[in-house]
Design a protein around this ligand. Structure first.
Ligand SMILES: *[C@@H]1O[C@H](CO)[C@@H](O)[C@H](O)[C@H]1NC(C)=O
Ligand SMILES: *[C@@H]1O[C@H](CO)[C@@H](O)[C@H](O)[C@H]1NC(C)=O
Ligand SMILES: *[C@@H]1O[C@H](CO)[C@@H](O)[C@H](O)[C@H]1NC(C)=O
Ligand SMILES: *[C@@H]1O[C@H](CO)[C@@H](O)[C@H](O)[C@H]1NC(C)=O
Ligand SMILES: *[C@@H]1O[C@H](CO)[C@@H](O)[C@H](O)[C@H]1NC(C)=O
Ligand SMILES: *[C@@H]1O[C@H](CO)[C@@H](O)[C@H](O)[C@H]1NC(C)=O
Length: 236
């Protein structure tokens, strides 16, 4: 908790200083493909097929982000949540989007989608248990950094709009593995309503695909950012 608060403090513009993308902030460039956990979720053609609005299910959950040098990004996410009161009701979500990103001077990343993103939700206990819908949200990450993990190598840490950290992601390749960086399917305004949810029959939720490390924060990464900003004294 204390680290989240610190992070929000850091993100407040009142500090007035622009982020410097030196080795203390990011030991290598953000360009390339990153993936969490056992790195089975990877952006590109192995995950989403936009023309068919379909997904290829990876063996385990996780997330993957890719960034190009010229300002394009792609996100692939496979997540599972269980409901404590109804243990049989495990909800699976696959979601995919891409668009353009900006590294803002305050250290944030703003990701603006093309509008062709979509997600598949499988909830065995819901009225409609398996459907696909459009997914088009601009995403704000208030802070990020890249450090060297002794075992996993280059590690990207992203912090969400509310300061909470995403799971650490490891470098898959320095050249991004991505689908073409343009809208890959036509989305009509009408289809953004919930009435347009498309019922699907395929893959059932694989309850064994969940990984325990989802949500694991990286203290190392945060400390690196803080010391990089010369604010290490805040911790004492
Ligand atoms: C940082 O700048 C971006 C782009 O101008 C803005 O959207 C975002 O709200 C700013 N972040 C914070 C934490 O104020
Ligand atoms: C930090 O990331 C930025 C953006 O990818 C890159 O331009 C810069 O070279 C990186 N810094 C280092 C030290 O690699
Ligand atoms: C868990 O399932 C119950 C019964 O279907 C539902 O009322 C509740 O909102 C669910 N909780 C979550 C966190 O989804
Ligand atoms: C798709 O992923 C994002 C990031 O985890 C999340 O905010 C969004 O709610 C997801 N969609 C669903 C239906 O969970
Ligand atoms: C997707 O979101 C962007 C950014 O808010 C917006 O400009 C665009 O019109 C949206 N596209 C669709 C198809 O809703
Ligand atoms: C979208 O529709 C237009 C007009 O029908 C067509 O020219 C274009 O190729 C379509 N784009 C995609 C990505 O399917």
């Amino acid at each position: 908790m204390i680290f989240t608060s610190l992070l929000l403090l850091l993100a407040v513009p009142a500090f007035g200083q622009d982020i410097v993308y030196d080795a203390a902030h990011n030991i290598t460039a953000i360009t390339g493909t990153w993936s969490s956990g056992s790195m089975n979720v990877v952006t590109g053609s192995g995950f989403a097929t936009p023309s068919q609005e379909s997904f290829t299910y990876p063996p385990t959950t996780g997330m993957s982000y890719s960034f190009t040098v010229d300002g394009f990004y792609e996100i692939a996410r496979y997540r599972m949540t269980s409901n404590g009161s109804v243990p049989n009701c495990i909800t699976g979500v696959m979601n995919w989007s891409h668009g353009t990103y900006v590294l803002a001077s305050n250290g944030s990343i703003v990701m603006t989608p093309f509008g062709d993103g979509y997600q598949q939700i499988q909830d065995p206990c819901a009225a409609i248990s398996n459907f696909i819908e459009n997914y088009n949200y601009t995403e704000l990450y208030v802070l990020w950094n890249i450090y060297q993990d002794a075992v996993k190598g280059y590690t990207l840490q992203l912090y969400q709009y509310d300061g909470s950290p995403l799971p650490p992601q490891y470098l898959v390749s320095t050249s991004p593995n991505m689908l073409p960086t343009q809208a890959l399917r036509n989305v009509s305004a009408a289809s953004t309503s919930t009435a347009a949810k498309r019922d699907v029959q395929n893959a059932a939720v694989n309850a064994n695909a969940g990984e325990r490390r989802w949500g694991a924060a990286s203290l190392t990464g945060l400390l690196t950012v803080i010391s990089g900003l010369g604010l290490a004294s805040l911790l004492l």
